[in-house]
Design a protein around this ligand. Sequence first.
Ligand code: CAA
Length: 258
Amino acid sequence: MAYKTIQTKTEGRVGVITLDRPKALNALCDELTGELADALAEFEANEDIGCVVLTGSTKAFAAGADIKELQEKDFVSLYLNDPFAKTWESVARFRKPIIAAVSGYALGGGCEIAMMCDFIIAAENAKFGQPEINLGVMPGAGGTQRLPRAVGKSKAMDMCLTGRMMNAEEAERAGLVSRLVPVDDLMDVAMEAAEAIASKSLPIAMMTKESINRAFEIGLSEGIRFERRVFHSQFATEDQSEGMAAFADKRAAHFKHR
Ligand code: CAA
């Protein structure tokens, strides 16, 4: 499908979505969020895709919701028809592994979308922040919930109440990002990670993601029980037989994603 505000491509079993509104630093306007949801739906439906990388430009992953559009909203119009809800849900509920490759600004909704991905690989110039308070609002796409889970209460309060940005080093120290890489290496590292994930069994990778995400929603004993059930069910897959047989035969596994 041809998009206007994003670009998509596939490389092997990896799908890449590049946010592409350079003049507005990839601000998340209604059109972009709609296209992002559509692109994710396409990749989710495509069984040949095992992992997705979501990225932006060198200067900006995304500078947040489009403030010029937000300015026109009122309570009732947002309440009746929240244009972001579809996108936020589409990223947060995306079932396959998805990596955010962040360079430059990841602010407001941009930071929130990055946090909805499974992990963040950041370039050294990345800047994360929830500056909504400067606009007279608070984060509205999961920031007040996901940021404290990622970096702890103190830093999340600091970020959301002062609106200050966190540089890439601080973000790595705080656990918001999994890897910090030179700007020029960002896509190579992200693609290498995505290819590694996509080479595993897709159903097993999806179940692993589902199980880790459960850890943020339920208590430990329920979580352990959930994990055990899913683990047992994996012995019904062809890929479990293949993975263990390959280890015993001292050869590489050839997963069929079944
Ligand atoms: N919405 C709309 N347009 C934006 C934008 C945004 N979030 N961020 C940047 N732009 C536009 C600017 O208006 C400017 O457009 P013009 O050239 O037409 O004036 C263009 O992008 C370039 O921006 P700057 O000239 O400001 O670039 P800069 O390098 O001087 O500053 C910046 C970069 C610090 C990121 C600054 O643009 C900025 O502070 N942006 C706003 C960040 C923000 O507040 N984000 C939160 C949005 S609200 C939100 O996301 C709510 C939610 O939780 C869902």
